[in-house]
Write a protein that binds this ligand. Sequence first.
Ligand code: GLP
Length: 263
Amino acid sequence: MEIIIQPTYAGLTEVAAEIIRDALLKKPSLVLGLATGSTPIGVYEALVQMHQTEGLDFSGVTTFNLDEYVGIPSDHSYSYHTFMETHLFNLINIPSENCHIPQSTAVGHAEFCERYEAAIVAAGGIDIQVLGIGKDGHIGFNEPSSSLGSRTRIKTLTRRTREANAPHFGGTVDAVPKMAITMGVGTIMEAKQCLLLAGGESKAEAIANAAEGPITAEVPASVLQMHPQTVAVLDEAAASQLKRIDYYKEVYANKLELLAQEG
Ligand code: GLP
């Protein structure tokens, strides 16, 4: 896993947005896997700014979101559909038919999940999957103990995840849905590149477990150690429990030096 440590959250968002911009400039029909939560918001803001100021073109982009709550309508103010429209889709020139988000009110969830997987394959697979991380190491809504080979399906959320998301539901844990549809860990692992983002000290333990701990279903993000192209972009606080901080910084400095030499 490549680990890039930036001094602040602002630096993290800049590096992550640049990775996405560079990929989009190389491939205008980029397929992006997207995440919700507070962590990627700054990255989406940076992409919107690139669209507005540099004309970064999203007209050929296709997106697949990781997850959505079950039991609330898509237009609910705290749904991930609303989140994505507010923070990204309504602010860039992406055709709405190119944006895919698991459907929380789908009748026949199993068929929906199969169709979602098939749509990812039909689009040519995900080029870059943006990921946040839960404090317990979950990715998407793949809670600890999720099969590391799992596919898109319904998951029951842990109490801890519901508590963490309660601020988005008026502060009441009982208002947070009990279940979600999420891409599986196996689905995520098929993305060509994973871009794991984490900021703040509350994520430090999860990041240390994910990057340097044993690969275990107890920490679903740890399976990313098996992914050939995962880049974790962290701020100092989220990186603070890593054992090899100095080495990761040296690796990144050397990479930048090489890139500069190559022009
Ligand atoms: C939820 C989402 C995850 C996200 C996590 C962390 O559980 N399903 O995709 O990574 O929250 O969110 P935040 O970035 O707000 O800490």
